[in-house]
Design a protein around this ligand. Sequence first.
Ligand code: BES
Ligand code: ZN
Length: 466
Amino acid sequence: MEKLLSFLDTNRDRYLTELTELLAIPSVSSQASHKPDMDRCAQWIARHAGSLGMNNVQIMPTPGHSIVYCDWLHAPDAPTVLIYGHYDVQPVDPLNLWETPPFEAAVRGENLYARGASDDKGQLFVHLKSIEAYLKIHGTLPVNIKMILEGEEEIGSENLDNFVKDHTDMLKADLVLISDSSMYAKGVPSICYGLRGLSYVEIEVTGPDHDLHSGSFGGSVHNPIQALCEMIASLHDKNGKVTIKDFYADVLPLSKLERDEFKKLKHSDKTYAKELGVKELYGEKGYSTLERLWVRPTLECNGIWGGYIDEGTKTVLPSKAFAKVSCRIVPNQSSTKISKLLEKHLKSIAPKTVDVKVRFLHGGEPAITPIGSPGVRAAVIALEKGFGKKPVYQREGGSIPIVVQFKKLLGIDTVLLGFGLPDENAHSPNEFLNLENFYGGIRTSAHFLDELPALWKNRSKKKTKK
Ligand code: BES
Ligand code: ZN
């Protein structure tokens, strides 16, 4: 291990140069104009994986963006780890708020700034580099590795389900390893054991069948923007609770143990509010901030538009107004069920004066992963060795919908080993990755691969004894 760790240390600058190259490809999955960049990014990763010594490298087309697959399967008695990551990124707007261009990675202080630095190119790169180090130094790996890197995570992994269903043999493994989440805080390595899911809809409100002169007609018809705002404003009550009937019906209550554990995590509402630039926090009454973020479902309006928003003024009473609304859901809620409840509710509160259409955009299920598994135990040791500190256990508010699907379709659990930080501006201007966490992540990944076989073997022994 020593030789390998010193190799990791002496190659830091090269890792940064290579990651900068990967970050320079604007792989924005949601925008059709970036399709060629998506392909270029898949090719870059495939070429890179091949150059490290990964075998069977394939760019596998889907009806959407391609999936990159590769493997290394020469450790016959060792477990097989399926590493998942995503090479697509979120759009960069508003561009004028970036201090340096989003696709020209720049080091400022101890951070690397670029779209995708943290979510998820920087994090998936960590594993490529630990694999590379093993193959360079030892010519072999302690475990078998399969990797799938998809290009549609940020748009709901629409084609991944079918891909996994169609390739269960190819993807057969003992556990999944994903680095696409955050540590609890800087200097606090973490194991994440819970993620929220998502239900996403678009609302279209139509008033008059064409735009009207607001002087000639204003006062005689219900402005669809006003109608939409009234509807959206009514979705929360004065206690911050979502008003949709049965919205909370399936929510798994927080156990006393978890509640007590969350209380032990260092958190200050005051500092948190300051970091986010808000005067005061807002949320569901009766729950702490961590509970609101990790174990309670929420409803957000993600965007709202309609009417005239260009330069100057236009006295128009618009025909249409739109909003994108999404719910973060928690165990044991179901994304389809919540989307249906949402649609039914929106229709029921639609004023008679307008027509309301609800379109389902995408969804994903929430996940809870077991914490006593050999994979998690390997991760705990690896984090301690990689970061010099014992990790804490946490849940997170974001979603990685494929986690549940891996369990359902392949029957395997996921270890969520996040190297991001909650304040790294993911999905927002000036996204960054803390470089110490990047290098610590590579070390941790290497330790994980090193620790896993023994823990896995013990588990099998225990299993056969029973
Ligand atoms: N890396 C995030 C998921 C994440 C965020 C995990 C924060 C833990 C904490 C991932 O890339 C992401 O953003 N996922 C989307 C999924 C959605 C489009 C279905 C999300 O959570 O919005
Ligand atoms: Zn993301």
